[in-house]
Design a protein around this ligand. Structure first.
Ligand code: ADP
Ligand code: ADP
Length: 230
């Protein structure tokens, strides 16, 4: 029972095969690491899974049913949210606005900032963030912004969270904090894809790892707790 699956996905750019007959399945409550060197095809696979690219061969399945995803917003309606390395939220808008603006239908009406900020405060607390929801997002550290982006994605989507190299610009403590957030979300049953090229981070939080090399899936395996570093 996969919540999100790529079956036999091939993606070709010009004469370069970026993905070669990839089978990838994500289970509920699983942190699934996607590991591979630059150019391995990680981003391309994510883009296929979120509808940013269409596969040349094969297909994407949500809860076992084939879906044609036209774009990432469409993926969102299927419960799939993505947070990229560069937090692409609005630094000059408040934390609350970044959490809730664009929700369909806008849950708080267009103007009720008080209600929105109260809801934001409660939500932020669940993520361990004691920050003012009315403050500008850009006034906070990248790590905090990252967690806000995750909270937004989970609120909007709620089934699958794709984290594309989320630790790239975080320091050691911030990585630990992010991993706590990921562990909590996993506990709640969310399925998480964690893209990284740091092997230690794979072992620290992942239940499963899939390795891509040159567009091919070279290994996928369950990680048991004894193999972890801590
Ligand atoms: P990774 O995320 O693992 O670094 P990518 O999925 O970004 O790898 O890239 C896999 C291969 O596909 C690379 O050779 C890359 O240059 C190529 N590629 C990705 N997107 C495009 C595109 N839009 N047009 C042409 N080539 C692309
Ligand atoms: P990342 O792997 O971190 O996503 P990339 O440098 O691979 O970063 O890709 C940046 C963007 O450029 C992506 O949208 C990717 O699909 C696109 N891209 C990558 N390689 C090529 C390429 N050879 N030709 C055209 N677009 C590409």
């Amino acid at each position: 029972p996969y919540v999100l699956e790529a079956r036999g996905v091939t993606k070709i750019f010009g004469n370069h095969t970026a993905l070669d007959a990839i089978d990838f399945g994500l289970r509920p409550g699983e942190v699934h690491a996607l590991l591979g060197e630059n150019g391995a095809g990680k981003s391309t696979l994510i883009k296929v899974l979120t509808g940013a690219y269409q596969p040349d061969v094969g297909g994407v399945f949500v809860d076992g049913a084939p879906v044609t995803l036209d774009n990432p917003l469409h993926a969102q309606t299927h419960g799939i949210g993505t947070v990229y390395q560069e937090v692409n939220l609005l630094p000059n808008r408040s934390v609350a606005e970044n959490l809730y603006l664009g929700h369909q239908p806008t849950r708080f009406g267009l103007v009720d900032h008080k209600k929105m900020e109260a809801a934001a405060k409660t939500l932020l607390e669940r993520y361990g963030l004691a920050i003012d929801p009315g403050s500008d997002l850009g006034s906070h550290s990248v790590a905090v912004q990252q967690i806000v982006a995750i909270a937004r994605a989970v609120e909007l989507s709620g089934k699958v969270l794709i984290l594309d190299e989320p630790t790239a610009s975080l320091d050691r403590n911030e990585v630990e904090r992010l991993f706590e957030v990921i562990a909590d979300l996993k506990q709640s049953g969310l399925a998480i894809i964690f893209i990284t090229h740091f092997l230690d981070q794979v072992f620290a939080i992942s239940d499963r790892v899939t390795v891509l090399r040159n567009g091919k899936l070279v290994d996928t395996r369950q990680l048991d707790s004894v193999s972890r570093t801590d």
